[in-house]
Design a protein around this ligand. Structure first.
Ligand SMILES: Nc1ncnc2c1ncn2[C@@H]1O[C@H](COP(=O)(O)OP(=O)(O)O)[C@@H](O)[C@H]1O
Ligand SMILES: [Mg+2]
Length: 435
């Protein structure tokens, strides 16, 4: 090597080392800036902190680079956790997280009698939560009501604006997560019990502070814990949280990435699974229904075995049927057929999909899930290739396919959409059984 080359190589090695030590290139997931542990208990939990701090969770692909944080507005990172591929989520974009802290702080200054500048969100979340905590008498194994436990009471964050003024009101009050839609005490107790079970060993009030934080920001971890993958729910496995980061199973590419390479049989299989998911969510569990209000190709991922999972649990509405039966709101037992009202003003937007919150909270029967799935499956964009791309021999064998597709996509007669969806499920199963 010529002396010049030796110099260039030495300089290169030296400057890279210098740069690495001076400017952190790689994301350190044990870093306080990433985990925001100091915000606890205004955080999502601590069960996974040992794994983070012991180096068991290692970012992969572009998530390894610190610079990626700047571009990662969604705050979703990919990593490995003991040889499993996982996703780390901060559960909100930076402005949403700031808004959450601001809301908790602002609502607590009066309770703490401190100026807002002197209060930390970790301190503020306690009185904020305790306003809505009550002591419940729980029966022991012999059936005697002897144990007192702290429980969260149904609340509405927008009505808690104790210091709200006209200016704030004009900006819009704080709504909280979708779990707060269709409020019901039985529902809150149900998710609280699952949450406390998953955070075994933690002081119950601490669990309630964490629960409150999630109820205010994003209820995805509550949905994934209450309807766990191990019980057959089509969600990623939820591994746990540390500070303001949750870890869940990496499922695979989302449908938008997966569909272009999929064969028509694979696409039929994906469509079949989506229809089955719509049915499963509608049937729900323990007299609760789930409604998907943001079903999209991006929010559904495909595992290596072809199984579909809903990976974005932020926009799922959980409805307590027992409460509807008890309250008997107007038309509660009249089945509701989704009509996409409001979207007629946006005829050029094939993605436009509306839903009526009131008709989810107040009706025993609502075909929304089938509506959401069929809007995606048979949209004019035809991402699944089911509207125009089915082989001629299949259409000859099942001539009613186009009728069922149209009914599921646009019927407004109660019952028709669901029955069309069920017929499509049987036909798709038959097609797949033959090939
Ligand atoms: N568990 C997961 N497995 C695989 N991919 C995921 C998972 N969670 C999220 N993703 C990917 O990250 C993207 C953004 O995540 P998402 O939870 O939908 O965030 P946002 O609420 O910002 O839409 C999704 O569109 C999906 O492609
Ligand atoms: Mg999403």
């Amino acid at each position: 090597m010529t002396p010049l080359l030796v110099w260039i190589v030495t300089l290169g090695v030296f400057s890279t080392a210098l740069l690495r030590s001076a400017i952190p290139i790689y994301l350190n997931v044990a870093d306080e800036k990433f985990l925001e542990l100091k915000k606890c208990p205004a955080c999502y939990g601590v069960m996974l902190c040992p794994a983070f701090l012991m180096g068991d969770i290692v970012p992969e692909t572009w998530s390894r680079f610190k610079a990626a944080q700047l571009l990662n507005t969604k705050n979703v990172y990919f990593a490995t956790f003991k040889d499993k591929h996982v996703v780390m989520k901060k559960l909100g974009h930076d402005p949403q997280l700031e808004q959450l802290d601001h809301h908790i702080l602002q609502q607590s200054v009066g309770l703490l009698n401190n100026p807002i500048q002197q209060v930390s969100v970790s301190a503020a979340v306690r009185p904020y939560t305790q306003q809505n905590v009550w002591l419940d008498c729980v029966k022991d194994l012999e059936g005697n009501g002897s144990t007192l436990v702290h429980r969260l009471r149904v609340f509405d964050p927008s009505s808690q604006d104790i210091i709200s003024n006209d200016l704030q009101r004009s900006v819009g009050s704080f709504r909280g997560s979708d779990m707060l839609m269709c409020p019901s005490q039985r529902k809150l107790n149900y998710i609280e019990n699952e949450f406390v079970k998953n955070n075994f060993g933690l002081y119950r009030l601490t669990c309630l502070y964490n629960l409150m934080t999630l109820l205010l920001l994003n209820s995805e971890p509550l949905i994934f814990q209450t309807f766990p993958a191990k019980e057959g729910w089509p969600f990623p496995i939820y591994y746990g949280a540390c500070g303001r980061v949750v870890v869940e199973e990496y499922v695979g590419p989302n449908l938008a990435q997966w569909l272009p390479q999929a064969s028509w049989k694979e696409r039929i299989n994906a469509a079949l699974q989506l229809l089955i998911i719509a049915d499963k969510f509608t049937n729900g569990a323990a007299d609760f229904r789930l409604y998907l209000t943001d079903l999209s190709l991006f929010n559904t991922a495909v595992g290596s075995d072809g199984t579909l999972k809903i990976v974005d649990g932020e926009n799922i509405v959980m409805v307590d049927l027992e409460k509807i039966r008890k309250d008997r709101p107007e038309n509660f037992d009249v089945p509701y057929a989704s009509d996409n009202a409001g979207c007629e003003h946006l005829p050029f937007d094939p993605h436009c999909m509306s839903y009526s919150e009131q008709d989810m909270c107040n009706r025993l029967h609502n075909d929304h899930n089938f509506f959401a799935v069929c809007r995606e499956l048979f949209s004019p964009l035809d991402s699944f290739g089911l509207a125009n791309g089915l082989p001629e021999k299949i259409l000859k064998r099942f001539p009613l396919i186009p009728v069922y597709q149209t009914d599921c996509y646009s019927s407004t007669i109660p019952g028709v959409r669901k029955s069309a969806a069920k017929n499509l499920i049987s036909i798709y199963k038959e097609i797949l059984a033959d090939v």
